[in-house]
Design a protein around this ligand. Structure first.
Ligand SMILES: *Cc1c(COP(=O)(O)O)cnc(C)c1O
Length: 354
């Protein structure tokens, strides 16, 4: 038949669901969202749902404006940051030159580029699995970088991010800060000086709201307006009224989230040090996950072993340079104690076998 589209979709981590499992494969937050969320859900007036949700999401934008120290016109809200990224790709990547992103990064960038017929070039990470900013100083139609990068967990210092933006003044540079709350330095302070910077944030990771689907972009109003017009051309009501209400409460409960983020970072640093004693080498993580390897073990075998123990982590068999790595999301301290015990047992039994 004529006119039928072929596309390779984004493949997310599996979503197994049974009570005994330890789920560490999609970088979700192990802690529940702010208690304010539950309070609102209990008292939410369902009558409100007979009306359409707001198209400007002003109540959420006002909370975000207060949190980030800018005005509401700096924000675009969407149904998860995946959708916000899609709107930004459509709004800002319309050149005939290829957009640039790392060869090892968040899998959706390539999927969106394909879907929207945007030419792209994947720039290899260097030998240390780092983004090399100099590689992005070449003619291009735009740039998208996750900082910290996923699944490497590595962060670029702000000075290098600024250099990247400064050297590419004629194109939009999208910095995806999905994990920035776990210890990195945000590019927010560059926003006033660089109109070609757009920052993407999500409530899915640090705000424990992956299932709510809320993300946002921050950029200069002149360009945010263009992304808004893309949203209005596609799905003006993409953020439902319950989601907007709950997201606003989450943004306003900074104290609760500061505490859960601290717990996760503490567990992360403890876990990577502990498994280092078992011979695992992990990158220095500024995220809520670690990327780890072991010189004497097959990570593919370990992945299957963990799966049999109802511990789900992420293995990327299709990415050549990650064939012997596992990405492990950081769960609660209790969960990570248990994972550590399993890993210690596995390492020990493989030693005696050898
Ligand atoms: C998880 C993640 C997203 C998507 O977040 P949602 O808001 O849940 O759509 C975007 N970018 C990166 C780098 C991520 O890891």
């Amino acid at each position: 038949m004529k006119g039928i589209r072929t596309i390779i979709p984004y493949i997310p981590g599996e979503q197994p669901n049974y009570p005994t499992m330890i789920k560490l494969n999609t970088n979700e937050n192990p802690y529940p969202p702010s208690p304010k969320i539950e309070a609102i859900l209990k008292s939410f007036n369902s009558e409100q749902l007979k009306r359409y949700s707001s198209t400007d999401n002003l109540s959420l934008k006002k909370s975000l404006a207060f949190k980030h120290g800018v005005t509401p016109e700096y924000f675009l809200i969407g149904n998860g940051s995946d959708e916000v990224l899609a709107f930004c790709f459509m709004a800002f990547f319309n050149s005939s030159e290829p957009i640039l992103f790392p060869d090892i990064t968040y899998g959706f960038y390539k999927v969106w580029a394909d879907l929207f017929h945007i030419p792209f070039q994947e720039i290899p990470l260097n030998n240390a699995y780092q983004i090399n900013i100099d590689d992005y100083i070449q003619p291009n139609g735009g740039i998208v970088i996750a900082n910290p990068n996923a699944p490497t967990s590595l962060i670029k210092p702000l000075s290098e991010i600024e250099e990247l933006i400064r050297q590419n003044p004629d194109v939009m540079v999208i910095i995806d800060e999905a994990y920035i709350d776990f210890g990195g330095e945000s590019a927010l302070s560059l926003l006033e000086s660089y109109p070609n910077l757009v920052i993407i944030r999500t409530l899915s990771k640090s705000r424990s709201l992956a299932g709510l689907r809320v993300g946002y972009a921050i950029g200069q109003p002149k360009y945010i307006r263009i992304a808004e017009s893309i949203k209005s051309s596609f799905n003006p009501y993409s953020v439902d009224s319950l989601a907007e209400t709950l997201a606003t409460a989450a943004i306003e409960d900074e104290k609760y989230y500061t505490e859960t983020i601290e717990k996760i970072c503490k567990t992360r640093d403890w876990f990577s040090q502990s498994i280092a004693h078992l011979g695992f080498q992990s990158f220095t993580s500024k995220t809520n996950f670690i990327l780890t390897t072991h010189s004497k073990l097959s990570m593919e075998d370990l992945y299957h072993y963990l799966e049999k123990q109802d511990i789900f982590v992420r293995y990327f068999p299709k990415i050549e340079r990650l064939r012997n790595y596992l990405r492990i999301s950081i769960g609660s301290q209790e969960e990570m104690n248990e994972v550590y015990q399993k890993l210690a047992h596995y390492v020990e039994s493989n030693r005696t076998k050898a």
